[in-house]
Design a protein around this ligand. Sequence first.
Ligand SMILES: Nc1ncnc2c1ncn2[C@@H]1O[C@H](COP(=O)(O)OP(=O)(O)OP(=O)(O)O)[C@@H](O)[C@H]1O
Ligand SMILES: [Mg+2]
Length: 325
Amino acid sequence: MSTATLDDPSTERRPDGQWAVETHGLTKRFGDNIAVNDVELLVPRGCAFGYLGPNGAGKTTLIRVLLGLTHADAGTMSLLGHPVPKHRDVALARVGAIVDEPRFHGHLTGRQNLQILAAARERAARDRIGPALERVGILHRADDKVSKYSMGMRQRLGVAACLIGDPQLLILDEPMNGLDPAGMQDMREMILSLVAEGRTVVLSSHLLDEVERTCDAVAIVDRGRVVRQGPISELLAGATFVVEVECTEPERARSLLDGTSFRPRVDVDPAGLRISFPAGTERDVVAEVNRVLVEGGISVYRLQHVQASLESWFLEVTSRLGSPE
Ligand SMILES: Nc1ncnc2c1ncn2[C@@H]1O[C@H](COP(=O)(O)OP(=O)(O)OP(=O)(O)O)[C@@H](O)[C@H]1O
Ligand SMILES: [Mg+2]
């Protein structure tokens, strides 16, 4: 595996360092509880990548392991092509991260907090303080004490703290937490603009909708395990194909469909039918459903192929995992 040979910082931009984050067999246990379970994660460079899972799935723990805040029990990992923990300092020099809530000194101003962080970095970090504060939209409050900041302002200051290191990789744990809808929109735009500059942003979230709107690719994690990963468009292509039908006599419509060769799963509700076909079903089936119903004397008022959202797909995956084999 290439990660073992990437010892020199100058190799950061080599094509074989194509992954911003790479893990193999990564495992972290708390007693009997396996919080990170044999995780194989490949995050391509230059994208917004969502680490998506319900509460307690192991998102924060994975991030803490990646950053060396807690040790792994098994497995290997690399950040920006540098194996960690072996080359942790080189790797982390180009990584900005917010884990859980960003923590700052409340009695100091936002700017003073960044000055302290910049002092531990290269000289250029100091010059980035002003632009970073401006970029996250809190320059006008930079000289107020952080104890007076709202949750959203602290989140923004957290991103500014990442930016003073000019990171190639940002790892943000639940960046939308505590933000109002406008704050979420700002955060989303900020993430997309960072990606547009060629940086990689990994964000963890339990907010499926936010991940779907913000990220290009995603890993879905359930009870410590990555159950699926890849570009969102490819994952959705593996989702069930659903057709909604508004029609008369839904029960009779269902029996008509039961008698066809394609035998879909049909759920009846007061508005009509929800028909599910296996992944990969061709669109032509919509016309076929219409033909069967109309020839059977059913009046069809609406017939629509519903684009599966990541959320419905996610629920499908996790419920399948939860069901008895
Ligand atoms: N320091 C710890 N000691 C013991 N167990 C822990 C510790 N940290 C996390 N865990 C356990 O590991 C599992 C994963 O927790 P983690 O905080 O990583 O989940 P999460 O996906 O970040 O959840 P959330 O969406 O609630 O933030 C949980 O079962 C949790 O109880
Ligand atoms: Mg968490």
